[in-house]
Design a protein around this ligand. Structure first.
Ligand SMILES: [Zn+2]
Length: 114
């Protein structure tokens, strides 16, 4: 399952952060999942408890925030949110010449530590 490997990579990232910052344990992990990241937020939340088992992150809760796709228009410069992840055009002038500026990634937002 794709989301399990994503969850394991996420746990690895959290673990590195814990080591660097000398956190003893983490209570909550918040991630933003971009609509174009290819990651299913619900599947990720389902896989997370499996991925943290036996790691220093065990016991943490995962909060998944959906991140909409943000576009910048190359014709008029307007930044807008894509209504649908697959409909990539400017919200102002409807030009299809747009650049994706957010929504491609999965981002580790914050850690709540104990
Ligand atoms: Zn435009």
């Amino acid at each position: 399952m794709h989301e399990l490997s994503v969850a394991m990579a996420l746990v690895e990232q959290v673990r590195e952060c814990m080591e660097r910052e000398k956190f003893a344990s983490v209570r909550q992990v918040t991630v933003s999942v971009g609509a174009l990241s290819g990651v299913d937020g619900r599947a990720l939340a389902f896989c997370f408890p499996l991925a943290i088992e036996g790691t220093p992150v065990a016991g943490a809760e995962l909060i998944v925030e959906e991140l909409p796709v943000r576009l910048r228009c190359m014709a008029c410069g307007t930044e807008s949110e894509a209504v649908e992840p697959c409909l990539l055009y400017c919200g102002s002038c409807a030009s299809g010449q747009v650049e994706i500026i957010a929504g491609n990634d999965l981002i580790l937002r914050s850690l709540e530590v104990t």
